[in-house]
Write a protein that binds this ligand. Structure first.
Ligand SMILES: N=C(N)NCCCC(=O)O
Ligand SMILES: [Zn+2]
Ligand SMILES: [Zn+2]
Length: 316
């Protein structure tokens, strides 16, 4: 307990490897009355274009989060002491219908936002960002999206399907869910279908920090680019774990060589403290391709830094 908040199970009393794996061993939503941030899972991978398996992502990230500790020295913040963070379990969605699943995610997010100020969602494939943005935009109006990914995810259709993990941000932009003057991608790399992909993407409201720019800009330079772009807009941060190099995140469905180090991703997320963070996700963890929880641990730490940035409201 810190200021009446219920924190994680104390690791010196109950060993980390014992008991159920809620995210960071936090309490379940039904165990507390006031909730600041709900961590929820969406075990859905019906929108993938290549390797399946992200439906098992939420359970894997929770299992990989057992070793997280309550104090974050890099931001000088104890996120679970400043905010009541809970594990809200999974939003159960239809595995046979993308449209039904997307509607269920939106309704599930709406229901959780009745109780929690903010959601941090564990995916699931990237399709789920669309219904999450629908739910958020209803509350906040169009949001600035900071999108970490190897991929643009602003493509139009796959096999005639408009709602897939390669298309959520095109749909969101078309629907007016995004503030087109405040969005950007970080970590983009790899071959595209056509040069026009980039022109379309810019038209939809995105600037790009390419993976190949990381070294020259450095993490402080990228944080500066992001902060200058989003300013004081409501910000949604979407982390596709394939933004990391496959060396740091092998367990994902569409891996691309030449990605970010986990150290870079965590530093960037920390740099968002003080922004108006209204929600976030960590998606595309596919445990069947993971080894030794490498990807799960990276995703758990990304989620922890996002929660820390939400908790530390002052600019670092
Ligand atoms: N959102 C992720 N992870 N991948 C999108 C890849 C789309 C494609 O197959 O071209
Ligand atoms: Zn993606
Ligand atoms: Zn991706």
């Amino acid at each position: 307990m810190t200021d009446g908040r219920v924190g994680p199970v104390v690791a010196s009393v109950v060993p980390r490897f014992a008991g159920p794996a809620t995210f960071a061993r936090l309490p379940r939503i039904d165990e507390v009355s006031d909730v600041d941030v709900a961590v929820t899972g969406v075990p859905f991978d019906g929108g993938v274009s290549f390797r399946p398996g992200a439906r098992f992502g939420p359970a894997h990230v929770r299992e990989s989060s057992r070793l997280l500790r309550p104090y974050n020295p890099a931001l000088d913040v104890a996120p679970f002491g400043r905010l009541q963070v809970v594990d809200a379990g999974d939003i159960a969605v239809n595995p046979f219908s993308i449209d039904a699943a997307v509607a269920e995610v939106e309704a599930g997010a709406d229901a959780l936002l009745e109780r929690a100020g903010r959601l941090l969602t564990l995916g699931g494939d990237h399709t789920i960002a669309l219904p999450l943005l629908r739910s958020l935009a209803r509350r906040h109006g169009p949001v600035a999206v900071v999108h970490f990914d190897a991929h643009l995810d602003t493509w139009d259709t796959y096999f005639g399907a408009a709602t897939t993990h390669g298309t959520p941000f095109r749909r969101a932009s078309e629907e007016g869910l995004l503030d087109r003057s405040g969005c950007l991608h970080v970590g983009i790399r790899g071959p595209l279908y056509d040069a026009a992909d980039l022109a379309d993407d810019a038209e939809l409201g995105f600037q790009i920090v390419h993976a190949r720019e990381m070294e020259a800009l450095g993490t402080p330079g990228v944080v500066e680019r992001v902060r200058a772009r989003v300013q004081d807009r409501p910000v949604y941060v979407s982390v596709d774990i394939d933004v990391l190099d496959p060396a740091f995140a092998p367990g994902t469905g569409t891996p691309e060589s030449g990605g970010l180090l986990s150290r870079e991703l965590l530093a960037l997320l920390r740099g968002f403290a003080g922004l108006n963070l209204v929600g976030a996700d960590v998606v595309e963890v596919a445990p069947a391709y993971d080894h030794a929880e490498i990807t799960g641990i990276a995703a758990a730490h990304a989620a922890y830094e996002l929660l820390s940035a939400m908790a530390r409201t002052e600019t670092p």
